[in-house]
Design a protein around this ligand. Structure first.
Ligand SMILES: [Zn+2]
Length: 437
């Protein structure tokens, strides 16, 4: 059986199909979701007809993660946005979220099948296919990323889940089973490169020629991507999803021009100005926050869900044949710092520092002085030097200048020896609030 892949699902020409699905989804929400009946009623909308079609979607209110969380109580453990009977729910995932309170994400069998399809397209775009052997380090079982395991099987990939917490076992699997693909966070791919270097293991000569990263923005930062590709002698592509909507909604093809939208037909996305909430046109070079709407979801469909992911969009033909828009993640709103009125994403600081080259390890730590989004300059940044490199005032001066020129932010740079900052098998923490008052 041939697998569905993105070129089979054109982006252009599906507007009418998606519009019809959206109208049905709205009617379903009004019938089945107490949360949306109340929410739309407060916006003066009592029926699906009044809400209109996709062309009118910007008139509807956004859904925020906190509202979903607030709608939970003893009788509604998932929340009042649950729109299907629990007897139809076949899986409930948890997300840890940034606040620590878990959220539950229910799926019906149809929802689950759709997620697997989206994920199959996304990873298919990245070149996963029968014949590839992939070692992964995600402890994905209880989390939404677990769906990717079904997608790997559907693609016919030989999947070797090793999990995190045991670098030794992972590298043994790389040496003995000779996988062609490594799946992990970009931070862990960097950490593995250092681990191998310390032990004289030549990973550039390993069988791995593709690295699929997800979970944090590092894979889209040019400096970090370059370091991973150089160390491993492999091509890096990334994927991005969001638990409440779908895993792997975006997947980068082998041409490495950003992540293609893989949710066509299942999810509608918009781009908005994160400050004003105004809709932005879907056009090449547009930057904003992604907002998602389910088109054929059952268990807990969401309407205009604010992702808090900020992206830069590219459109137009891609040599791979896919015509769906592509994105690079610029950062998450939750990570944003504002230094004297200037927006600064920690991942952007890491990228500017990393681009300096071989003098630095690529690992940084931002140490804000106050517990607030708003920071007074200079912003303290601890920059780790590369192996055997000594601290040097000229390097600190150059980093300050580059950060000022590229990000318009004044920083206070502290250089520390290689290995001083923590490494992770999962997502890097770029901001250390422990010194903030
Ligand atoms: Zn492409």
């Amino acid at each position: 059986m041939s697998q569905l892949s993105l070129p089979d699902v054109p982006w252009n020409g599906l507007r009418a199909v998606n519009d019809a699905a959206y109208r049905i989804q709205l009617a379903y929400l009004l019938d089945h979701s107490e949360f949306y009946r109340n929410k739309l009623a407060s916006a003066g909308i009592a029926s699906a007809e009044e809400a209109g079609g996709l062309d009118d979607i910007a008139r509807l209110p956004f859904t925020e993660k906190d509202e979903l969380r607030a709608s939970r109580d003893e009788n509604h453990p998932i929340g009042r946005h649950l729109a299907a009977p629990m007897t139809d729910v076949v899986r409930v995932y948890s997300t840890s979220g940034t606040t620590g309170t878990p959220s539950y994400i229910p799926l019906t069998s149809s929802d689950l099948a759709n997620w697997v399809e989206i994920s199959t397209r996304s990873y298919g775009a990245s070149g996963l296919a029968k014949g590839e052997r992939m070692v992964t380090t995600y402890n994905a079982g209880p989390f939404v990323a677990g769906v990717t395991l079904d997608a790997f099987a559907k693609l016919g990939v030989c999947h070797i889940p090793v999990g995190s917490g045991n670098t030794e076992r992972l590298m043994t699997a790389v040496q003995l089973l000779k996988p062609t693909v490594l799946g992990c966070t970009p931070s862990y791919a960097m950490h593995l490169a250092e681990w191998a270097d310390e032990r004289g293991v030549d990973i550039a000569a390993s069988s791995v020629d593709k690295i699929l990263v997800a979970g944090e923005p590092g894979g889209g930062e040019p400096a970090m991507r370059q370091r991973i590709e150089d160390a491993w002698g492999a091509r890096v592509t990334e994927a991005m999803g969001i638990g409440d909507i779908s895993v792997s909604l975006w997947g980068e093809c082998t041409h490495q021009n950003g992540m293609h939208f893989s949710g066509t037909g299942f999810v509608h996305f918009e781009l908005i100005d994160p400050e004003t909430g105004a809709s932005l046109p879907i056009e090449d070079g547009a930057e904003g926050e992604l907002v998602y709407t389910h088109l054929r979801h059952e268990a807990a469909p969401l309407l205009r869900f604010r992702s808090r992911d900020r992206v830069r969009l590219s459109t137009g033909a891609c040599p791979c044949g896919r015509d769906s828009p592509r994105v690079r993640c610029i950062g998450r709103t939750d990570d944003l710092l504002i230094v004297r009125g200037v927006n600064v994403f920690p991942s952007a600081v890491r990228d500017v520092v990393g681009k300096i080259g071989h003098g630095v390890s690529g690992v940084i730590s931002i140490r804000p002085k106050t517990k607030s989004v708003n920071q007074a300059p200079p912003l303290p940044v601890v920059v780790e030097l590369a192996k055997d490199v000594q601290p040097d005032a000229a390097l600190a001066g150059l980093l300050r200048k580059r950060l000022r020129d590229e990000l318009l932010v004044t920083t206070d740079i502290t250089l520390v020896p290689f290995g001083s900052l923590p490494r992770t098998e999962y997502k890097s923490k770029l901001v250390d609030w422990s010194e903030a008052e």
